[in-house]
Design a protein. Structure first.
Ligand code: NAI
Ligand code: 2PC
Length: 313
């Protein structure tokens, strides 16, 4: 017997319309906190990856079950090691909502907007907890999808005096600055872009370090979003050794973060532990938040989208 729901398809525009940072951020904070409790009930295995050698990429499977809310879904995300100048997408994602009792799929949802927004929202949570008290200069490395979602949520949530961007190609940085809702300074080099910056987001496709610790101001906060394989990295050993390292999931970082694995850096805390008050936010120190992405983050976002979709149909 099937569940009473019919299968719905929710495209990119609707996900965009229904997913707002003001709703997403508080729910992600709750979910991250729940995830970091020793007796957690939500279930999320470490991402299972299927190598796509011919295309230099991976299919990542990211199931999650939010036990309290009885909400089950899985994201399927392909991500690739592209040539720096390639116009092909770095990631492509779809989310399936599954009836936990009957086992059938209730909805198929665009996962690109969910991935862009939930990743940026979690970085904003890290900044809220860890950036210096008076943060004036915000730098983004990269000018792609994640760079834009990070720009949007960071400028919506905080007030910076200056926003800077650096990207592999100057034309992309210029396009990014033109598309942004406020003034953005385009920088010629990473060193120039991060000089004196209080908050730095790295959202590039780099697989070798692009951000070097010697350039980072003591006390700055870095949210490192790219480099999601054990042999990929955006940050060098100097930065990883001088910073206090926070992650979304310790288990995920130990399995997938090149920055953590190759530098041998110790993880100080999960963001959820800071939210729960079981580990401190060392705001006065240089901090790195290493983001890898979690199925529960996708589940929180997908649930919000589905709730809104049902209200509108
Ligand atoms: N932590 C997380 O939860 C997530 C991480 N990601 C990762 O974030 C990164 C960015 O993703 P998108 O913005 O969607 O990609 P995108 O393709 O839209 O943008 C990538 C940016 O990196 C730049 N770039 C390319 N090669 C580079 C190199 N060698 N050095 C420096 N910059 C380079 C490009 O010019 C572009 O500005 C990717 O590594 C992706 O896998 C994506 C989704 C979620
Ligand atoms: O969480 C996510 O969706 C991803 N992390 C790395 C690439 C895609």
């Amino acid at each position: 017997m099937d569940s009473p729901m019919i299968l719905v398809v929710i495209g990119k525009n609707e996900v965009e319309e229904f997913l707002h940072y003001k709703d997403l951020i508080p729910r992600l904070e709750v979910a991250l906190g729940e995830f970091s409790k020793p007796d957690r009930e939500d279930i999320q295995p470490v991402r299972c990856t299927v190598p796509l050698q011919r295309y230099n990429g991976f299919l990542g499977l990211m199931p999650a079950y939010l036990a309290h809310e009885d909400f089950l879904c899985t994201k399927m995300v392909c991500f690739y090691k592209r040539e720096s100048g390639s116009n092909l997408p770095s990631t492509r994602a779809t989310v399936l909502l599954i009836d936990p009792e009957y086992g059938n799929v209730n909805a198929v949802m665009d996962g690109d907007v969910i991935t862009a927004k939930r990743t940026a929202a979690v970085s904003a949570i890290s900044a809220k907890l860890l950036m210096p008290a008076k943060s004036e200069v915000f730098t983004i490395l990269g000018s792609g999808h994640q760079a834009l979602s990070h720009y949007n949520v960071f400028t919506e949530t905080f007030s910076f005096k200056q926003v800077r961007v650096w990207s592999w190609r100057r034309e992309s940085s210029e396009r990014f600055a033109q598309a942004a809702l406020g003034p953005v300074t385009v920088c010629e080099s990473v060193e120039e872009a991060v000089n004196g910056a209080d908050v730095i987001v790295t959202a590039t496709r780099a697989t070798e370090p692009v951000l070097f610790g010697q350039w980072v101001k003591p006390g700055a906060h870095v949210a490192a979003v790219g480099a999601c394989r054990p042999d990929w990295r955006e940050l060098d050993d100097v930065l990883m050794s001088k910073a206090e390292v926070y992650v979304d999931s310790r288990e995920g970082a130990a399995a997938e973060s090149g920055e953590v694995i190759l530098s041998g850096a110790k993880v100080f805390a999960e963001l959820g532990e800071v939210l729960n008050g079981t580990r401190p936010a060392q705001r006065e120190k240089t901090t790195v938040f290493k983001s890898l992405g979690m199925g529960i983050q996708d589940a929180v976002a997908a649930k919000l989208v589905f709730e809104q979709w049902k209200r509108h149909h």
